[in-house]
Structures are given as C-alpha cells and as structure tokens.
Design a protein. Structure first.
Length: 465
C-alpha cells in the first residue's frame, strides 16, 4: 500500500513568512534571543580531526535500560526503521525504541546545503501529521550537531524536509529544504536555558510549522518559519541525528516521549483503512481507529500507568483559589497543583479522562509537591460515576500511607514522572494506596479531608495517578 511504499518527492512551490534563505550554516554558536538568522559570512568550522570517545550520558543509559525492543539499521521496531543517509558516514548509526521512549545514535557530516548526511529513525506515512517529542538529552562534540523531529519527502540525501533541531551547543533551530536538491534554509535559532525540551513539527496539507516548550511550560510556543512544501501522497517521519563531523564520533540523543497525531487515523472508517497505516491501531473493543499512542485502556494490550491520560479535563471543588494549577495534577510532571481551601467543605478534583471510556481503578498514587510538606493530603475519598450526568459512588476512602512518615521528602524540580501500573517513579517521592474494586467508571472525583497539618489552609501535590 502507499503507506508502506517509499515516498516520492516532488519539486514544489515554497512560501516562508519572514525567512531569509542562506546557503551555508553559521560558523559560530547562536546567541541571544530567538531571531531570524543573518546571512553568514563564512563556512562552518570543520569537525574534529581525531575521533574522540563519546560516552552515552547516564540519562540515555537509564532510558536504554528500560527499552525492551532493540533495533538496528536492518530491522524494525514498532513500525520504525533505521537508515544512514548520505555520504561521509564514518560510523553506522543505530536506534532503540519502545513505548514512546527512544535513543538514537548517529554520525554524519551535516543536515545542510543541498544534501544531507545523518542517521534517521523513520516510518512511512500519509496525510496530516503532528510529531511531538521530548528530548531528555543530546550529547555531541560540535555546536552544530543536530537532533530532532523530521518530516522528509524521501530517503534521498537531497530530499526536501522540514525539521526542528536541538543543537550541540544547547540551542535549537528550525531548518528545512523546500524541494529536492534545493539549498537549505535556517529560519530561526534560539537559546534554551534548559537541559531538556519538547519539540513539535506539524504538517497540515502542504503547510509546515514548528513549536517548542520547556518542561514546565503548559503551552506550545511557535518558532521558525511557516513553510509550504508539496510532499506528494506519502512521506516519512521520525528522528534525525547528525554529529556534524566526518570522523567516527557518535552524537547521542534520547527522550521519554515520541507521539504522533494523524488525520489518517481519525478519518479511517473501516478496520482495514485503520490498520493500513503504521501510525494507527484498531480498537477491538470500541471498534474505532486511534493514533497508536492514544489507544484506550480497554483496547490496549497492557495496563495503563494511569487512566488520567493526556488531555483529560480537571475541575476543582471547594477551592477558593488554585492559581490555574489544575492541569499540573495530571500533566506527568512534578510541577505542583495547589488548592487554597474554601469554607464550603472538603476540597478535591473531578477528573474526566480524555479517552472517554470506562475504566477499572484499583490503585491511587500521589507524588509530593516541591514545597510545604505540611500541605500534603493525608486522607482521601475516591468516587466514580458511570455517565457524565450520573451520581458519584464511593469507591474507596482511607488515610494515605505517608501520613505516618516523619521525614517527608520533596520533589524539588519540574521533571517528567516515569510510572508504571505496578510501581511509581523510584527517583521521586510518592505515596500509594491499593483497594478492591470490580466496577468500571467513566469519571472520577477525589476528595481530601485532611492535610498533614490540620490547620493548613492549602493542599498541594505534584501528580495524582
């Protein structure tokens, strides 16, 4: 089918808002606030003449340890493939991927000019697509080494592409090639003061956009150029890595999230339409087509870490003020939810999972906030309801185990939380309670009747699962 076939690139008309086309990469690391890159005056600094030993950072090794499926350039993993594209590849690249976590290693002279040299973890697809990925770490010896999401017309070195890259010097950039064999464009280069960052590339019709956000940001921030590129009927998506060197030195990139949202899945009518795309999965229980990363719990082959999936709605009750922190309660990060208690009764949350399917809950986990151990909730009641307008029924209620803890640790920094159903993130501090329940519910309500300090006017915690 067209999804599994190699994509064919076509020369295209090209429109960029406020972009300056350049023919060479800047020779020095970008500085200052995000701006349109000026016309460079010289060629980039050549790569090292010797092959240094690149150690894979501990953060990537930790992610690698948790990945069960390992792939090489000659095999596939969860519909992904790996390939070294272009000349000047001194050492073969590789990739590892499972359940959204990824590690990509690559060499290559550069992704620039009218021809590229890099390692590509990729899959073929069609239609509109959004790629969102979390870059936990990128390690390389050259400031213009690159890694990030790439939407590419073909696997030819000269192919048109649109990409958002983290650079070896800790900044990020939006680069693209408007047509096969055309010169590359560096539209915007900005500085990040963070060691990790979210990147997003989006294709709607022939219009391409890029976005980024810090790990504690709630909203995506547009950057770079809005380009118009004709990809034809099918194309490739994935993660690109180049070390910007002709030596055997490897650049290593890794992250804990790679998600795609495709119009192919939402528009699929039949099961055969759905499974024809490598990005989609058919729900055998709900009999609907979903993006692979958004399969509901009852259709999934594995138990979910938390039924409060991304995009779930959160409503507070009996909170005089929350400073708009409701979403932090289920955002997968250690940013804190805060509720200033009102005088109308015990405060809490009503959560409607985004998958909008019935789920069976037998455990609850709460991660500590960054501040105020006296504000930790220590007694709860959990309720469920079977329809949006139904009545809530009590599922469980008791003291939380950390009520008796004397030394209460804090989760100081906003970092991603890595949980499974069976265990929480042992790098962080949390409390967990299990209970018997055989009923499936649609929405949930959690009520907190006591804090560690009874006189505390505030309840705060980092995450509820």
């Amino acid at each position: 089918n067209s999804v599994a076939a190699a994509a064919r690139a076509f020369a295209a008309d090209f429109v960029v808002a406020d972009a300056i086309q350049i023919t060479e990469a800047p020779s020095s690391s970008p500085t200052g606030e995000p701006t349109i890159s000026p016309q460079p005056t010289s060629s980039p600094t050549p790569g090292p003449t010797e092959s240094p030993t690149i150690e894979i950072p501990d953060q990537c090794l930790s992610i690698l340890d948790g990945i069960r499926v390992v792939s090489s350039t000659s095999s596939s993993s969860k519909n992904f493939y790996g390939i070294d594209i272009g000349s000047g590849i001194a050492s073969a690249g590789n990739f590892f991927f499972d359940s959204g976590s990824w590690v990509v290693l690559g060499t290559g002279v550069d992704i620039w000019g009218n021809s590229d040299s890099f390692h590509y973890m990729y899959m073929p697809t069609t239609g509109d697509i959004t790629i969102s990925m979390f870059v936990s770490s990128f390690t390389a010896n050259h400031p213009w080494a690159k890694s990030g999401p790439m939407i590419r017309a073909s696997l030819s070195p000269s192919s048109a592409h649109y990409s958002a890259f983290v650079l070896g010097n800790g900044s990020f950039t939006n680069q693209y090639r408007p047509c096969d064999g055309c010169n590359s464009v560096n539209d915007q280069t900005g500085v990040i003061s963070l060691s990790s960052v979210w990147l997003r590339t989006k294709k709607t019709g022939n219009v391409l956009e890029s976005f980024y956000k810090g790990i504690s940001d709630a909203e995506w921030i547009p950057f770079g150029g809005t380009a118009t590129i004709d990809y034809g009927e099918s194309f490739y998506i994935g993660i690109a890595v180049t070390s910007h060197s002709s030596t055997t030195e490897l650049a290593s990139a890794c992250g804990t999230s790679f998600e795609t949202t495709s119009s192919v899945c939402s528009n699929a009518i039949t099961e055969s339409d759905c499974i024809s795309s490598s990005l989609c999965q058919w729900g055998t229980i709900t009999e609907k087509c979903y993006d692979s990363s958004k399969l509901p719990q009852e259709d999934a082959s594995e138990i979910m870490p938390s039924i409060f999936s991304a995009g779930s709605t959160v409503e507070t009750f009996n909170c005089a003020d929350t400073d708009e922190t409701e979403i932090y309660a289920i955002d997968g990060m250690t940013d804190s939810f805060t509720c200033i208690k009102s005088k109308n009764g015990d405060p809490g949350l009503i959560i409607s999972p985004s998958h909008q399917t019935m789920s069976l809950v037998t455990k609850m986990r709460i991660y500590a906030g960054r501040l105020c151990p006296l504000c930790d909730p220590v007694r709860y009641k959990l309720y469920g309801r079977k329809s949006t307008f139904g009545n809530f029924v009590e599922i469980s209620g008791n003291d939380l185990p950390w009520k008796s803890d004397k030394d209460v640790a804090r989760n100081f920094f906003p970092v991603p939380i890595h949980s499974t159903f069976s265990s929480g993130d042992n790098a962080l501090f949390f409390t967990e309670v299990s209970f018997e329940n055989v009923e499936y519910y649609l929405d949930y309500k959690v009520e907190f009747s006591k804090t560690r300090a009874p006189q505390s006017s505030t309840i705060t915690f980092a995450e509820i699962e």
